[in-house]
Write a protein that binds this ligand. Structure first.
Ligand SMILES: [Fe+2]
Ligand SMILES: [Fe+2]
Length: 351
């Protein structure tokens, strides 16, 4: 249960979509329902049992501190906070919809997985709801019903959903815990009470990541083949680059809570890469002297693409202007992809 906001919500907003906006996903539910998870059933059962305990049932309760008026935020800070809340809420809600839909489709054929996905949907719904409630502190709310109906859904094959959501959950964990620990040490920057909730919140994301890790381990071919090695590298790079390019466009938000966006992201990337070491056969060499400089070149190209988007000219002209920056972006991403990866020596053969 949460306190109702005393303020009237003035605006329901919908989000603008760009290449890096949090997306909504759909997948091949029938293929997931046919998965044989017997090779790692026990670990999956143990994680579902942990979900059932529901450690955070009473965690997401708004307290008095939220009642403060946030009108003292200057317009710029207010807008960057709203954008942060909006993007976070969309990402959490996207997780809720996907997990809920997978759970619904698996109910009669794979009750264990259905239950696991249903518990994760429960957590994501709480996270999204809490963020949407936070938006009401700024007299705004995200129209989740409208979003569900109108947003385009991107199709991802089940294995790609598993790799990407495993990494998204783990990177989410590192993002939340890093912000929490930073604000614990520097309380003057804790300008909004939401961040106080991140410590237990991120444990939800960590458990979700563990669920996907257990699921991936039940499908050995997703972790111990040459093809798997290429996909692991691809998804590590995609998740890292998406976060980096997004966050470097939003340096002001991180500065408002006393963080340097670049340092924060580099720390989170290193930590998530280390987490993936306990699952993936290979991880990226983030300490290679070219790794972050190449990622910075990608971020520069992305900035140019955003700048071009703001010019008031015909779309065809914009596309022509954008083309060289897309090429530079792709070339630099390819260069990072081709850096020699680090072997983790993890070979999953569970009997
Ligand atoms: Fe979440
Ligand atoms: Fe999650």
């Amino acid at each position: 249960m949460s306190f109702a906001s005393p303020k009237k919500i003035e605006n329901k907003i919908t989000t603008k979509e760009t290449l890096l906006t949090p997306r909504f996903y759909t997948t091949d539910f029938e293929e997931i329902s046919k998965l044989d998870i017997s090779k790692n059933q026990r670990e999956i059962e143990a994680i579902v049992e942990e979900f059932r305990i529901d450690y955070n049932r009473d965690h997401f309760i708004r307290d008095k501190e939220f009642y403060k008026t946030w009108d003292s935020f200057d317009e710029k800070t207010r807008n960057i906070f709203i954008e942060f809340l909006e993007r976070s809420c969309t990402a959490e809600f996207s997780g809720f919809l996907l997990y809920k839909e997978i759970s619904r489709n698996l109910k009669n054929v794979n009750p264990l997985l259905a239950e696991g996905f249903s518990f994760m949907a429960r957590d994501e719904a709480r996270h999204a709801g809490f963020l949407n409630k936070a938006m009401s502190d700024f007299n705004i709310s995200l129209d989740l019903g409208f979003l569900t109906k109108t947003r385009k859904y991107t199709f991802f094959a089940p294995k790609f959903i598993f790799y990407s959501t495993y990494l998204s959950e783990k990177i989410g964990y590192w993002r939340y815990i890093t912000i929490y620990r930073h604000l614990e040490k520097n309380p003057t920057y804790r300008v909004y009470p939401l961040f106080r909730f991140f410590e237990s919140w991120c444990q939800d994301e960590n458990r979700h990541g563990d669920f996907f890790a257990a699921l991936l381990k039940s499908q050995e071919e997703l972790l111990n083949t040459n093809e798997a090695r290429l996909w692991c590298r691809f998804f590590l790079l995609s998740v890292f680059a998406t976060m980096y390019l997004n966050d470097l466009q939003r340096k002001e938000f991180y500065a408002s809570i006393g963080l340097n966006a670049k340092q924060f992201d580099q720390y989170v990337i290193r930590k998530t890469n280390q987490s993936a070491k306990t699952l993936f056969p290979v991880i990226l060499d983030v300490n290679h002297p070219d790794f972050f400089p190449l990622l910075d070149k990608c971020a520069d190209s992305n900035q140019k693409l955003c700048d071009i988007d703001r010019i008031k000219v015909f779309n065809i002209i914009k596309n022509i202007l954008k083309l060289p920056y897309y090429i530079i972006l792709i070339i630099n991403l390819l260069k990072i992809y081709l850096l020699k990866p680090i072997e983790t020596n993890y070979i999953w053969t569970i009997s």
